[in-house]
Write a protein that binds this ligand. Structure first.
Ligand code: SF4
Length: 413
């Protein structure tokens, strides 16, 4: 069965932001986005619970060698039935701080990806970077090596707030990094910012957004602070030393950000993400469209071949396993069809466009309405979902309730 491309002529949002690929879903399901995890940072930010380590910079080269081995093994594992290489539309270097690798190490990793996978000529290749670690020369080298998208953890334009988060960079270094990146030829830049921080006022948040908008990045990711167990912020919150922004303030901060970004021409295409037209993150859309991805590196997750699996988290153990030529997988879960259907709907409904019903039906040979049964009508009648053309999306009220809608609607959510 061939799947027609979603109708891009009748949906106003879709005209502005073609987040749905024009490729048939069968072809997309035969691709794999690649994620490479670089688990090193100069120091650990006080709120961070990512799989990343300070004080391990001397291990970078052995780690890169292990990663090269894993890329080769993954390419073989992912080959198509006729032994041809699997196509990749995006590569994402995440961390940690991938910008702590040298340009030469990045070149070797990219070369290995191109040998093990059929990487599209126009693939989106993103590098996460800490603004405090970038030089002009390095950025020019990265651009020449093929990196075409930069995603920087800026977090705030307030110097005191940056210090209180344990960030190693200053507000001036954010501006400088963007200037260097532009000079190096980067035309796709994302900046991450956080709100709901301890002591953060609405005025500081608005000032951060004002300064950020002056830089005109193509993409924004805005996250409210989540206090994760095992972080200094978790202990300090429980000791009463810090108090994160309350729910109401966070909701107001989100709303003001959406207003300012909308007025500046950005489209809120996913709950935490805004982009200028044509600059949505193709890699992140892989996740939101529930398409296959292969994560490589310590602690990386994959969703491939109806399985979800993850790698050994400790970089030293990861290196040792790869030295023996074995796959560093430690956990694996089979994803049954019904779970895949629920997750596909759940992830799509997080995006502004929502779920494209014909694509869902073509992917699973079952209409969405039949899959969820009576629940659809109940949730629609409660005003939590709305239909437009072939799309189903959360209403404004539904977006505020978020997970509750999914819980009421989806069997496995
Ligand atoms: S730079 Fe990013 S990955 Fe590293 S510790 Fe800070 S938040 Fe975590």
């Amino acid at each position: 069965m061939t799947i027609s491309a979603p109708d891009t002529t009748t949906n106003a949002q879709n005209r502005l932001l073609p987040v749905t690929s024009t490729e048939p879903i069968e072809r997309l399901l035969e691709t794999a986005s690649l994620y490479l995890h670089i688990p090193f940072c100069h120091t650990r930010c006080y709120y961070c619970d990512f799989n990343t380590y300070a004080g391990m910079l001397p291990v970078r080269e052995p780690y890169v060698r292990a990663l090269l081995t894993e890329i080769e093994l993954a390419g073989k594992m992912a080959q198509l039935a006729d032994n041809t290489l699997r196509r990749s539309r995006t590569i994402f270097f995440g961390g940690g701080t991938p910008s702590l690798l040298s340009v030469q190490q990045m070149q070797r990793l990219l070369q290995a990806c191109s040998t093990a996978f059929a990487v599209d000529a126009d693939a989106e290749i993103t590098l996460e970077a800490n603004p405090g670690t970038l030089t002009q020369e390095q950025l020019a080298g990265l651009r020449a090596a093929g990196v075409n998208r930069l995603s920087m953890g800026a977090q705030s334009f307030d110097a005191d707030l940056l210090k209180s988060l344990g960030r190693i960079h200053t507000p001036e270094e954010i501006t400088q990094a963007v200037t260097y990146a532009r000079a190096a030829g980067f035309t796709s830049i994302n900046l991450d910012f956080m709100f709901g921080l301890p002591q953060q006022t609405m005025q500081q948040w608005q000032e951060t957004l004002r300064q950020a908008l002056e830089l005109r990045p193509e993409h924004f990711s805005l996250y409210s602070l989540i206090i994760e167990e095992g972080t200094p912020f978790y202990d300090w919150t429980h000791e009463g030393r810090i108090t994160p922004g309350d729910e109401d303030l966070c909701a107001d901060m989100y709303e003001i950000a959406d207003e300012l970004l909308h007025a500046a021409g950005y489209i809120n295409y996913e709950i935490s993400n805004w982009a200028l037209p044509g600059h949505h993150s193709r890699h992140n859309l892989t996740y939101w469209q529930n398409l296959p991805y292969i994560g490589m590196g310590a602690g990386a997750y994959s969703y491939f071949g109806n399985r979800r699996f993850s790698n050994e988290r400790d970089p030293l153990t990861y290196n040792k396993v790869l030295k023996t030529g074995r796959i560093p997988e430690v956990e694996s879960e089979q994803v049954e069809r019904e779970q895949e259907m629920s997750e596909t709907a759940f992830l799509a409904l997080r995006t502004a466009l929502g779920l494209h019903l014909p694509t869902f039906e073509q992917r699973f040979s079952q209409p969405f309405a039949q899959f969820v049964g009576d629940r659809l009508q109940i949730v629609e009648e409660a005003g939590l979902l709305e239909h437009e053309d072939s799309w189903l999306r959360l209403s404004k009220r539904g977006r505020l309730l978020g997970n509750e809608v999914f819980f009421r609607l989806l069997p496995e959510a």
